[in-house]
Design a protein around this ligand. Structure first.
Ligand code: FES
Length: 108
């Protein structure tokens, strides 16, 4: 199941993997500012996941952890998540519900 939401409705101090323009991004809203990263771990490019309770990103492949703002907390990754931008003029994006993150947890 997926849902389309406005960027302005994304909850503050929260993160998620989103899709926009056919690509995945890792986003975190930090005091109203949307920070956008590649969804790929900088170790060997697995897709990272948002850890809601710990407010950090984690890679399921070899356990690397990153702060919500992208800096490495735990290896084997050695560098921060790659910063990027959403496709130009993106105002909406889609987010998929998973067994790790139901829509009910978000405050959309
Ligand atoms: S690919 Fe992410 S920790 Fe190895």
């Amino acid at each position: 199941m997926e849902k389309t939401i406005n960027i302005s409705d994304f909850p503050d101090n929260d993160g998620a993997i989103i899709e926009a323009g056919g690509k995945k991004f890792a986003v975190f809203k930090d005091s109203g500012e949307l920070k956008v990263f590649s969804s790929k771990c900088t170790h060997m490019h697995c897709d990272i996941e948002w850890q809601k309770d710990d407010k950090m990103w984690k890679c399921p492949c070899h356990g690397a952890c990153y702060k919500a703002t992208g800096e490495v907390l735990k290896g084997p990754a050695e560098r921060s998540l790659d910063k990027t931008e959403l496709p130009k003029d993106t105002n909406i994006f889609t987010i998929k519900e998973s067994n790790k993150r139901s829509f009910d947890e978000f405050k959309f």
